[in-house]
Design a protein around this ligand. Structure first.
Ligand SMILES: NC(=O)c1ccc[n+]([C@@H]2O[C@H](COP(=O)([O-])OP(=O)(O)OC[C@H]3O[C@@H](n4cnc5c(N)ncnc54)[C@H](OP(=O)(O)O)[C@@H]3O)[C@@H](O)[C@H]2O)c1
Length: 380
């Protein structure tokens, strides 16, 4: 199967390395024949070109998009699908924003679009959801979908270090971008939850509909409080589907130390699905990195070469978090906005709510307008 590869950075370079190495019969059935790079100075191989037409119009069977960003990634994938080529993408931001359109385009053109690498990186998360759903209905999923924030939180907890210092270390190690917003503000996890909702429940929601809080304003004091109560801070994306509709949100959670997700170390991801007959099933591994992510992209390419059929019918849905209740830890400059739901004051400006509906808490957060407010759910 001839592959046109769009983008040859961390992930794309890994894809070429894995396929060129040809370590198994399945991989040897694949060949990267054309590669799009951005700049003439990056052309180091006869397969490379800076002209997208040289890849998209070439004699290829499948396109693998590993460029990142919304455009031209979206237009290139759409163009490939319209030409009847199946496609694979590692680009969660692009897929989350154009999921419905691209799936419809794939279906109309008898093509397949796979996206294992977009959530959970190297972990076979989408493949396992697909496998579980052959028998079972998925009820919910939750997990650590972002390795950068797990790295930061893990070391803050282990070494009693503060957020800014750990962010800088993660950036120096190449785990965090120079502009870390997508990771630390929870947007990256929001894209992954949105894509996972489609895979787990066939529900398509707008990413902006999923409330997302990150760890930008977490401090060593917050972690110390969690530790004093036998808890560990993790950034958790979660969703559930029941007769009340689809619930989904992203928020730091002070997990009980008896919860195995509290022990996912360093920059690893850990995701769990719960389904009717299987019950909980957890998947732990590298959520990013050149070869682990390439592993996921190449798995999708092998699935396409083996003739996978992936035509499902998705429903447009709204997130309805009305049934979500929790106890929340809030540190804010305007604690008075939360007086009527406060159960315990930890110190000035830091409080624990009594069990309260998430939507009511979100309303109070919007009203108080404190841009530096930190919130974490205190797990039951
Ligand atoms: N890195 C990971 O561990 C990981 C894990 C899971 C998913 N992903 C996703 O995979 C995608 C790629 O990530 P990455 O880490 O491989 O990024 P990257 O290292 O920046 O690679 C992207 C490559 O695509 C090139 N590119 C961008 N626009 C282009 C264009 N118009 N024409 C030709 N080439 C273009 C970039 O060139 P320039 O550098 O010159 O701009 C770069 O070489 C992203 O969507 C990311 O979210 C990454």
């Amino acid at each position: 199967m001839k592959i046109g590869l769009l983008g040859h950075g961390v992930v794309g370079g890994g894809v070429t390395a894995v396929i060129d190495a040809g370590a198994s019969e399945s991989v040897r059935n694949l060949e990267v024949t054309n590669i799009l790079v951005k700049d003439q100075s990056e052309v180091t191989d006869g397969r490379m070109s800076t002209n997208a037409d040289d890849v998209l119009n070439a004699d290829i069977d499948v396109v693998a998009e590993c460029m990142g960003g919304l455009e031209p990634a979206h237009s290139f994938v759409k163009r490939a699908l319209e030409a009847g080529h199946s496609a694979v993408t590692s680009n969660k931001k692009m897929l989350a924003n154009y999921f419905e359109e691209l799936m419809e385009t794939a279906e109309k053109n008898h093509a397949v679009l796979l996206y294992e690498a977009t959530a959970g990186g190297g972990i076979p998360w989408m493949a396992n959801l697909r496998q579980i759903r052959r028998i079972d209905r998925i009820l919910s999923f939750r997990g650590i979908f972002n390795g950068t924030t797990n790295y930061i939180l893990y070391h803050m907890d282990l070494e009693d270090r503060d957020f800014d210092e750990m962010l800088k270390e993660a950036q120096d190690l190449g785990y965090a971008e120079r502009d870390p917003s997508d990771d630390i503000d929870g947007f990256d996890v929001r894209y992954k939850v949105q894509i996972s909702c489609a895979s787990a429940f066939d529900q398509i929601v707008s990413p902006d509909d999923i409330p997302a809080f990150g760890i930008r304003f977490i401090s060593a004091k917050d972690i110390a409080w969690a530790k004093s109560r036998g808890r560990t801070a993790k950034l958790i994306g979660r969703a559930a589907m029941n007769e009340k509709g689809l619930q989904a949100y992203v928020m730091p959670v002070f997990l009980n130390n008896s919860d195995y997700l509290s022990r996912i170390p360093s920059n690893l991801n850990g995701i769990e699905s719960v389904s009717v007959t299987l019950g909980p099933a957890g998947f732990i591994g590298q959520g990013a990195g050149s070869l682990p992510t390439a592993h996921a992209v190449v798995q999708d390419l092998i699935s396409i070469s083996e003739g996978i059929e992936e035509h499902r019918h998705f429903e447009k849905s709204a997130v309805a978090n009305g049934e979500v209740n929790g106890v929340y830890y809030i540190r804010t400059a305007c604690p008075e906005a939360f007086t009527d739901i406060t159960d315990e004051v930890i110190c000035e400006g830091t409080l624990i709510t009594r069990k309260t509906g998430l939507n009511a808490v979100l309303e109070k957060i919007a009203q108080c307008g404190d841009e530096k407010l930190f919130i974490a759910e205190v797990a039951e």
